[in-house]
Design a protein around this ligand. Structure first.
Ligand code: NAP
Length: 267
């Protein structure tokens, strides 16, 4: 069974359910296993994912995260788009509040902060998060954003350069998505128990995993694997073994052998 933890003011399950492909059956399985934390969007199944959640039982059973910015009828982060998208989501979700409103993808503008503040004041939104948004934008609005959603898995660890250190320094809550690289890691590392290793690796880094599965059996396996313990030395071996080959600037310079040698001599 899933346990709950405090994340900001929310009591959320240790795993969040990815609702990009959702049906009432897998939502029920998640709830039966003690899950309550959901990640949806107006984009998912063209609004159907939000509708399924809205039709499903008691609103208080869930902590619902939905998104703005990639809504097929009102995309981008202009005031009009955000307001229209939020109102449409509230209708589909059959609720009068959204627990976490995520930026789905940053649109290159910087005018969104004021409208998010108003949504928080009105009570329609309880907290704001950013996904697919550069670290410099999030840190400009560090009092607004409380959550950061990152694409993070053994094949793609690029968030380690900017987003993860930023979130840790600013005390923002990290949520990891595409943790199985859309299922690809199961092929890349077929000789290992990928579910176990991925979930333990994320738990160790205090990144709350979003899991998506259409299979009840895989959901149960993921929940059980999250609570197993594997030896820390194996985790550090795994961490070293999957380090990214390409280091982005300026970290290529910071990490270079010559620079590190000179920096060591700083008094
Ligand atoms: N913010 C964003 O822009 C963004 C973008 C992408 C995704 N997301 C969120 O993240 C969620 C998941 O990400 P994702 O869709 O990229 O996929 P993912 O979580 O990386 O991979 C999902 C795949 O893993 C398989 N899987 C899960 N558990 C398994 C297990 N124990 N054994 C074998 N296979 C297993 C599933 O297959 P089965 O169904 O057969 O189990 C499914 O095909 C989405 O639903 C969405 O909520 C957010």
């Amino acid at each position: 069974m899933l346990k709950k933890r405090k994340l900001l003011n929310f009591e959320v399950s240790d795993l969040c359910l990815g609702c990009s492909v959702l049906n009432p059956k897998n939502l029920k399985s998640f709830l039966d296993l003690g899950g309550n934390f959901l990640d949806t969007s107006p984009l998912y199944q063209d609004g159907e994912s939000e509708k399924i959640i809205g039709k499903f039982g008691n609103r208080n059973d869930f902590i619902i995260g939905t998104k703005v910015g990639l809504d097929s009828s009102c995309s981008g982060l202009s005031t009009t788009s955000i307001l229209k998208s939020v109102d449409n989501s509230l209708k589909r979700l059959k609720t009068d509040y959204i627990d976490i409103l995520w930026i789905h993808v940053w649109d290159g503008t910087l005018e969104f902060a004021c409208i998010f503040e108003n949504l928080l004041k009105s009570g329609k939104v309880k907290a704001v998060g950013a996904s697919n948004t550069p670290a410099w934008v999030i840190s400009m609005y560090k009092d607004l954003f409380k959550f950061v959603q990152i694409e993070y898995n053994f094949n793609n660890r690029s968030s380690e350069f900017e987003l993860i250190p930023m979130a840790n320094k600013l005390n923002l809550n990290l949520v990891g998505r595409s943790i199985f690289d859309k299922g690809l890691v199961f092929n890349n590392f077929s000789f290992l128990d990928v579910s176990l290793l991925t979930l333990q690796w994320l738990k160790n880094k205090n990144i709350l995993p979003i899991v998506r599965t259409g299979s009840k059996q895989n959901l149960i396996k993921n929940v059980n694997n999250y609570y197993k313990d594997i030896h820390p030395s194996f985790l550090s071996f795994l961490d070293k073994g999957t380090k990214p080959d390409t280091i982005i600037h300026p970290h290529n310079v910071i990490n270079s052998v010559t620079v590190q040698r000179i920096l060591k001599n700083i008094k």
